[in-house]
Ligand binder design. Structure first.
Ligand code: FPP
Length: 229
């Protein structure tokens, strides 16, 4: 419709390039992840201001857990930092956080902080920031299938979706990946069946609000047909 802004309701964000960003500055990878965290916080604010309702940030994949211990520990420390302090600022602005992924493999204190972060979120939030942590769609689907088998009856697509971590969250309309690679890397591959994909070369810590706006402009220009004509 002319003059009407076409916005994705749910944006998925693959925040790639932190390591390279740090390397360019002769700094350790953890420096890049810290810069990535700060950029993610800014982007969440901006996405909310633009009218996006859900932003899912791929923060740690099931495969990332196999990275060197020091790097994974550094990411846990960022979760501790974020969920102890920054999350309260989000609540004050009427936003919620949610976590998707298998928290059982995380240190207990981190898993507890993440769960608290969800539980203390306002119920009537206008915006939800979703952290995908120890997340991968393959393990999500296997978990859902096993739960469905235990349930013991045939399911339709909607019933099956209730067994996914993303139960209650609308499918992403738009997935942005920074850092130059053109793949989804096990991120919401079931839910993204009809998502529009956007790839750019910018390393995540440099992915500005203006770059995000350019991505939204591109989304608005896409012709979404959902398999129809
Ligand atoms: C991929 O870039 C990025 C990650 C595996 C981690 C993303 C995590 C953050 C941005 C921190 C967010 C944390 C909070 C609590 C908000 P990469 O390191 O693989 O980049 P590279 O391809 O350049 O090596």
């Amino acid at each position: 419709m002319e003059g009407k802004e076409v916005l994705p309701r749910h944006v998925g964000l693959i925040m790639d390039g932190n390591g390279r960003w740090a390397k360019l500055r002769h700094m350790p990878r953890s420096y890049g992840h810290n810069a990535g965290m700060n950029r993610m916080i800014g982007l969440a604010e901006h996405a909310k201001a633009r009218g996006v309702k859900y932003l899912t940030a791929y923060t740690l994949s099931t495969e990332n857990l196999a990275r060197p211990k020091e790097e994974v520990e550094g990411l846990y420390n960022l979760f501790r930092k974020y969920f102890k302090s920054n999350v309260k600022k989000l609540y004050k602005k009427g936003s919620a956080v949610k976590v998707i992924g298998d928290l059982s493999a995380l240190p207990e204190d981190v898993a507890a902080l993440l769960r608290e972060g969800e539980e203390n979120s306002p119920a009537d939030a206008q915006f939800t920031l979703i952290f995908a942590i120890n997340y991968g769609t393959r393990s999500e689907i296997l978990r859902a299938v096993n739960l469905a088998v235990e349930n013991g009856k045939k399911l339709c697509a909607e019933e099956f979706a209730k067994f996914l971590y993303t139960d209650g969250i609308p499918d992403p309309d738009f997935i942005i990946r920074t850092g130059g690679e053109k793949r989804l890397s096990n991120f919401l591959t079931f839910q993204a069946a009809y998502a529009e994909l956007y790839f750019c070369d910018i390393l995540f810590p440099d992915f500005s609000d203006a770059e995000f706006d350019a991505a939204l402009d591109e989304f608005a220009r896409r012709d979404r047909r959902f398999g129809n004509v």
